[in-house]
Design a protein around this ligand. Structure first.
Ligand code: ASP
Length: 449
């Protein structure tokens, strides 16, 4: 039987009420045979995330401080969930043992992993599924990447297509069996690994929003949800700041050609967003772009030098200066006698004068200056290079909004057009572009012409 992996994030397993919704979702589709869960998330904005409490306990224990208060909150969360769901597991005994491990100096990763571990144990009992401890099957290398042997091991463990498995997200172990977590939000990665290991037909990522939005809802009022987006597009959107899901979670399923669907546990009838290798004909015909994303806090180092184009290795030497300072760059637009390097402010901090001095010394530019407070906005869409009028629409919208365009860059991926504007114009630019592509284009022309 074809199987679906359903991964439920922190808000979907925050308490008994949410976990009942999880059960209803799992039971609604017999193909949902593999469930991957996060640690309980916040029930309201003022509450601490359980994983944060675990890190706090570990930190306090390491300083030999009494962990009673944060540990009490963790204990309360799990005992409450067990009580709400009428579970038999002796949570108190499990947590007491864990409390002793914390005070005895367990590792930071081990401490953090227990949020997912207890969550999965309780949910496995509630759903009547087999608990799968990823520590035994998922191997995380010292550099944090996945050992591909994990797919085989996990696939073997979950070979029975009729069984229901419930796996803890967020962690695996190193070659010596020591618990190792992924980076924050890493249960998304675990779900993707499970999907690939099981050869699933679909990876469902259940969260608290009905999919990925076409623009940042803090800037655009009620932006539309993206129905379908390609793996390539989602990379661009995520890179340019759109909050999607963990970007490392894309690779395992993308390589295996397994689509992802982002869905809302609180609105299970909403279709959500499908992330796929190949966009459907319908999407291609009905939409011009996938979305608009962007980020602030960039600076641009601009230099001019006559006959720069004739100097072999000029750009190489320029970028070498950034490399020598350990600064990575974002974009590098250039023309005949000028070139600019756009860098994230966080990267440049404290190094700007040093870099400018080195450029002066090594490259002897005619002009050199640093421009701060820039924002980059990306209009993302697979087929925009082949669609007539996209650039015109972008620049017309920005002109109408009286926004001065500082940088224009169409990357080699031919997947987006990136525009640099003053940081103060950032929100206005996003709104103007959204209006041009979405609001004014409800009856849109073909995405690919
Ligand atoms: N619980 C972990 C975190 O808060 C992992 C996850 O939820 O995906 O980062």
């Amino acid at each position: 039987m074809e199987r679906v992996v359903a991964k439920f994030g922190g808000s979907s397993v925050a308490d008994g009420v949410q976990i009942r919704k999880v059960k209803a979702i799992v039971e609604a589709d017999p193909r949902r045979r593999i469930v991957v869960v996060s640690a309980p998330g916040k029930r309201h904005s003022a509450e601490a995330k359980l994983t944060d409490l675990l890190y706090l306990c570990h930190e306090m224990a390491a300083m030999s401080t009494d962990i009673g208060e944060p540990f009490g909150l963790i204990r309360d969360r799990f005992t409450e969930i067990a009580a709400q769901l009428g579970l038999k597991t002796d949570v108190v005994a499990l947590l007491d043992r864990f409390g002793e491990e914390l005070t005895a100096g367990c590792s930071r990763d081990y401490a953090a992993s227990r949020g997912e571990y207890f969550s999965a144990r309780l949910i496995a009992e509630y759903l009547g599924g087999e608990f799968v401890d990823p520590a035994q099957y998922i191997i995380v290398r010292p550099n944090g990447t996945l050992d591909p042997l994990s797919y085989k091991q996990l696939g073997d463990r979950m070979h029975d297509t009729s069984a229901l498995y419930v796996m803890a997200g967020f962690y695996g172990s190193d070659r010596n069996g020591k618990i190792k977590t992924f980076s924050r939000g890493g249960s998304d990665i675990s779900g993707a690994i499970a999907a690939r290991a099981a050869g699933a037909m679909l990876y469902e990522n259940w969260t608290d929003t009905s999919g990925i939005l076409m623009a940042d809802p803090r800037i655009v009022d009620s932006p539309q949800t993206i129905d379908e987006i390609s793996f390539r597009e989602i990379r661009e959107m995520a890179y340019m700041g759109a909050s999607v899901f963990h970007d490392e979670a894309i690779l395992p399923v993308r390589e295996a050609g397994i689509p992802i669907r982002i869905r809302n546990t609180n609105r299970p009838d909403d279709a959500g967003t499908l992330i796929t290798a190949q966009l459907s004909e319908n999407t291609i015909v009905a939409t011009e772009i996938a979305g608009i994303a962007g980020r602030k806090d960039f600076s641009m180092i601009c230099l001019e030098k006559s006959l720069m184009n004739k100097e072999v290795g000029f750009a190489h030497r320029l970028l070498g200066i950034f490399r020598d300072q350990g600064v990575s760059f974002e974009q590098c637009p250039s023309s005949i006698d000028s070139i600019s390097v756009i860098v994230e402010d966080a990267q440049l901090q404290g190094l700007d004068e040093l870099i400018l001095d080195e450029i002066r010394r090594q490259l002897e530019p005619d002009q050199l200056f640093l421009e701060r407070n820039l924002a980059l906005v990306a209009v993302v869409g697979e087929g925009m290079v082949r669609t007539v009028g996209i650039a015109a629409k972008i620049f017309n919208a920005l002109k109408e909004a009286e926004i001065n365009v500082r940088i224009i860059n169409q990357g080699a991926s031919e997947m987006n057009i990136i525009i640099g504007v003053a940081a103060d114009d950032y929100e206005k630019a996003v709104r103007a572009l959204y209006a041009a592509f979405v609001v004014d284009s409800r009856t849109v022309s073909a995405r690919f012409s």
